[in-house]
Design a protein around this ligand. Structure first.
Ligand code: B12
Ligand code: SF4
Length: 565
């Protein structure tokens, strides 16, 4: 007889570091949108009574900031009348090894496990499936490929009836998103992030372009699918309250290609200007967006404070080779200026390791990105043939030697020998790129270009990026603050150290971390002072006031940047 209670655990696995320890922090920075999406979908299934009278409990866990409640899962699993289902969500390729280890542990206790996300979606799950997928299949784990909007109820019904299929494959038939359940961030989890009032939201999915290194187009498609603008503003409006949510990360890969961008921005402007809700957000956009009439000005009025632009390279051959034809290097500087003039920071995505890149050409171009193009922030990625991308298919077909350890497929490790460089050269110049770009002088110059409110936000970003790359030695998008290393939960193949030995390892590490943070904070203090000298001088106490103010700071006003140039 089917159970009368269903306990659904939605877990975002983390990844391992090179020493086999979990990558976990006391506080995270960027929350998982996939986790919030699955939670929203599950809540809707329950609200619509799609599972009849079954009592459903939902628990979400982000392993990058907390431990998986394994004991609680096993206890629920043993209770009669309770069915437990664990969904490992948003599993990217670099998280696949960790996801497999969790799945096998849970399966050994007989718990029902499902795995979804970009790795499963981007990898063949049929007879020719690679080893990691076969391991999951053989262990009785259910694999879910593609998006589950409008399909989650069906899967949950199958689970409840004990009829889960080994694979649900929705790839190639992406769902309509117009009225789909909205992401629902868990308030308990939000408190584990530095900005507890900051959440994610995807207003559209898909991308019309065709870059060869990108997985998105193969999985979410090239046709844009979008949520109804009214639903987005309804949600933002209802969530926004003192102590609630006021900062958003629109995770759309290209917000400018959302056919409803104008309506969404106008709705946000109405919320800000008529209802006095000081919403702020950051978004991703393409390099042509500034040519869309009103796009930048409306984005700014709607509360956009940072835009992420996928510049990828300053080598025209690299862009052409990767099929990124929409990027025109000769226009980069003007594009950046257009955003900055509107009062929006520009954050460039930049890839190291294209076939023609050499250590010298990378160094040269990173300096150009910093000095000529003048972006405020940059995130560097090593070119990686990620599962689901055209580059991956081609590399497999060409027999390219790819590092078999998926944990390293995180764009922070070189997993092939990129063109003119060895893996070691590529990793060395990659790490140098972070240091070169974030020179003291560049940060000072960019900070001085912004008024105090925005300067504080930019300095927070510099602190986070400095701590991630300089102290943790990880990509900022994977890190948070204060690294934790649970002793017992180590990657299979690495020994679990005894308490004393672990202490001997951790004490100097923690010491170095404290000193590292201290040095980053001291640099931030100097930067603040030096940047402020160019303008009306304000003290360090003002910076701290801004730093620890988690609520929106701009109270609806549009303080346009005064610039140094
Ligand atoms: C926002 C984002 C982030 C955020 C948050 C992550 C998140 N998942 O929300 C942050 C900044 C943390 C991040 C970091 C990174 N990211 Co990222 N990120 C994205 C982005 C732009 C949007 C994610 C999103 O919200 N998608 C919408 C959700 C709803 O789609 P989804 O995840 O596929 O989930 C749906 C289905 O897959 C399915 N599903 C998923 N899980 C499950 C589980 C179950 C049980 C079921 C039933 C269904 C199911 O249902 C969901 C709803 O339909 C994607 C690109 C994209 N368009 O998705 C890249 C993307 C996921 N990221 C990517 C990468 C490479 C990274 C980084 C390695 C980059 C870096 N060097 O730092 C790090 C890794 C961090 C880590 N170890 O966790 C790659 C992953 C490719 C791959 N094969 O691994 C992507 C695809 C972009 C790309 N370059 O191709 N990322
Ligand atoms: S890299 Fe960006 S622009 Fe290129 S296809 Fe992917 S999402 Fe679109």
């Amino acid at each position: 007889m089917p159970a009368s209670e269903l306990h659904i655990y939605l877990i975002r696995p983390t990844k391992y570091d090179d020493d086999g320890y979990l990558l976990r922090h006391w506080r995270g920075v960027l929350p998982s949108n996939t986790l919030a999406c699955l939670r929203g979908l599950t809540e809707k299934v329950v609200a619509d009574k799609e599972l009849g009278d079954v009592r459903v409990r939902i628990f979400s866990c982000d392993e990058s900031v907390e431990a998986i409640p394994e004991r609680r899962i096993y206890r629920s699993h043993k209770r009669s009348g309770v069915e437990v289902l664990v969904g490992l969500v948003g599993v990217q390729t670099n998280q696949a090894p960790r996801a497999i280890d969790i799945a096998l542990r849970l399966r050994a206790h007989g718990v029902t496990v499902l795995v979804g996300g970009f790795h499963v979606s981007g990898t063949s799950c049929g007879d020719e499936a690679p080893a990691e997928i076969s391991t999951l299949k053989n262990a009785g784990v259910t694999l879910v490929r593609g998006e589950v909007e409008n399909r989650w109820a069906e899967i949950l019904r199958d689970a409840h009836a004990g009829n889960l299929r080994p694979i649900y494959d929705f790839l190639g038939t992406p769902p309509d998103l117009s009225d789909a359940a909205l992401p629902s961030p868990d308030p308990r989890l939000m408190r584990k992030f530095v900005h507890s009032s900051f959440v994610t939201m995807d207003s559209s999915r898909g991308c019309p372009f065709s870059c060869s290194f990108c997985t998105i187009i193969q999985i979410q498609g090239r046709k844009m699918r979008t949520r109804e603008p009214s639903r987005i503003s309804e949600m933002i409006s209802s969530r926004h309250h003192p102590g609630g949510i006021d900062q958003y990360f629109f995770t759309d890969d290209d917000f400018a290609r959302n056919p409803h961008w104008r309506e969404i921005l106008l709705e946000l402007i109405r919320l800000r200007e008529e209802e006095g809700k000081p919403i702020r957000f950051l978004m991703q956009s393409d390099l042509l967006a500034h040519k869309q009439k009103d796009f930048i000005s409306l984005a700014r009025r709607a509360g956009c404070f940072q835009v992420f632009l996928g510049m990828e390279s300053l080598d025209a051959g690299a862009l052409a080779g990767a099929g990124k034809r929409q990027n025109r290097i000769s226009e980069y500087a003007d594009t950046v200026r257009a955003w900055q003039d509107a009062g929006i920071f520009v954050h460039a995505g930049y890839i190291v390791g294209f076939p023609h890149d050499t250590p010298d050409s990378v160094r040269h171009n990173v300096r150009r990105l910093r000095d000529e193009i003048g972006v405020d922030l940059a995130s560097f990625f090593l070119l990686t043939p990620l599962a689901g991308s055209q580059d991956h298919t081609q590399a497999l077909a060409a027999g390219v030697a790819i590092d078999a350890d998926l944990n390293r497929h995180d764009t922070f490790h070189a997993i092939t020998d990129p063109g003119a460089m060895t893996r070691e050269d590529a990793e060395a110049v990659y790490r140098e790129s972070w240091r070169e770009f974030y020179s003291f002088e560049h940060r000072r110059r960019r900070l001085a270009a912004w008024p105090e409110e925005q300067r504080a936000t930019l300095l927070q970003n510099y602190l986070w990026y400095g701590c991630a790359t300089g102290v943790d030695d990880f990509h900022p998008m994977m890190t948070g603050f204060v690294r934790c290393k649970p002793r017992r939960d180590r990657r299979p193949g690495f020994p679990v150290e005894g308490p004393v030995r672990h202490l001997v390892r951790r004490v100097p590490e923690v010491g170095r971390m404290v000193l590292g943070y201290g040095s980053e904070i001291a640099t931030a203090q100097r930067l603040w002072k030096r940047a402020a000298e160019a303008q009306e001088s304000r003290g360090w106490r003002d910076f701290l006031r801004h730093l620890f103010a988690t609520k929106a700071r701009e109270s609806g006003s549009l303080d346009l940047a005064c610039r140094e140039r």
